[in-house]
Design a protein around this ligand. Sequence first.
Ligand code: AMP
Length: 466
Amino acid sequence: MVGTGQGKLRAIVTSSSVVTSMSFASLGLIDPLLRTLDGLGYATPTPVQAQAIPPILKGQDLMAAAQTGTGKTAGFALPLLQRLMMEGPVVASNSVRALVLVPTRELAEQVQQSFLTYGQNLPLRSYAVYGGVSINPQMMKLRKGLDVLVATPGRLLDLYRQNAVKFNQLQVLVLDEADRMLDLGFARELQDVFAALPKKRQTLLFSATFSEAIRAMAGEMLHDPLSISVSPRNAAAKSVKQWLIPVDKKRKSELFLHLYQSKRWSQALVFVKTRKGVDELEGELQRHGISADAIHGDKPQATRLRALQRFKDGEVKVLVATDVAARGLDIDDMPLVVNFDLPIVAEDYVHRIGRTGRAGATGQAVSLVCADEVQLLSAIETLTQQVLQRIDEPDFIPDHRVPQTLPGGQVVKKPKKAKKPKVVGGGKSASLGRWLESAEPAAPAVKAVRKVPSFGGKPAKGGRKP
Ligand code: AMP
């Protein structure tokens, strides 16, 4: 193990424009994988794939800053499958040769699907384990041994403690969405897992954002890692048009219904803060004849997967979710993300809106923001280094004004009751750039602090069940 310093990382930072006409073959991938990619219609590697595949094939440790939607799953799955084909033993009973740790059940299923897809021409066995479902079938599956095990940390530890999984053959560890795992309070579980793994192994760490806690974890876990980054640190996806509509809290669902109908939205993924809030909005939409479904942590796994599938199939027009759905879910052609409530952790904003504008498409993300949320807004704006454009909806001008925010995370104090809107010239009241016009004194900067446990510290409060 090598120490922590950032100086020890060899960094390659590129923008997404660097990789142009490179082929998968030139990255050194073997024929069965090239045939699979051909069949999938993947013509050229994405930037994260172009950068990650060659060093992973060489057995190097890697620390990659890549948003979901950049093709990062294939970025680690392809070289990992190849290494398992080319090197190492035949897998023994209850053993695993590659372990992929992910934060949520949904992501576990999705990453496992990717392994099945990318490994379709290879004789390797993969499987996903996660909590909330019976452990027995998972134990049965592990008996024969697995080349790739995708797991959430809690269930993996249960299996390990019951001797259902052994790590003595482990060659590769992947931490996918490492930041999310810490946000969800998995720091302690991760340490217990790491303690059980052989020291000699390859470790790959993927994270959309890099907090100090993640860097500390990387310092402990990775050996002389190559550091790659394919998007500006903590920046929101550029292909997503983002704006906010100020509104009173109690009128949010009314505004959502109004927008859904008047803008003729085809489909929307809507994020709500609490499970109760999700259920309420789902009910409200259904009462208005809109086909809506919901996913959150209280729903059984099968129900959640079914809701997601119905949404992907276009049967469901509005999928309402807590942040459990914010990361990793791959939903093709998602045109619109609605932040019905702003997220408590600013980084989640980046992940939420990452559900749209994927794989080169453009998307839209609108946030319905009430006065109470101004500090969350300011934290998001600080993190993403932008001030979100405000667009008033004429019939929904809030009584409780959303205080103005300024570049650099400042909030202009003294929220006042709004005057009745003056509709000048009978036109639309888009108030673009109004945040700059305020003459009121600026309040001290609101810091974009996220509550992440220091690595190895106590789990984040209440974060485990979004
Ligand atoms: P990910 O960031 O891994 O969730 O991938 C986002 C989406 O991009 C998935 O739907 C992949 O199937 C797709 N994808 C990944 N790599 C490529 C590629 N090289 N060419 C075209 N599509 C890709």
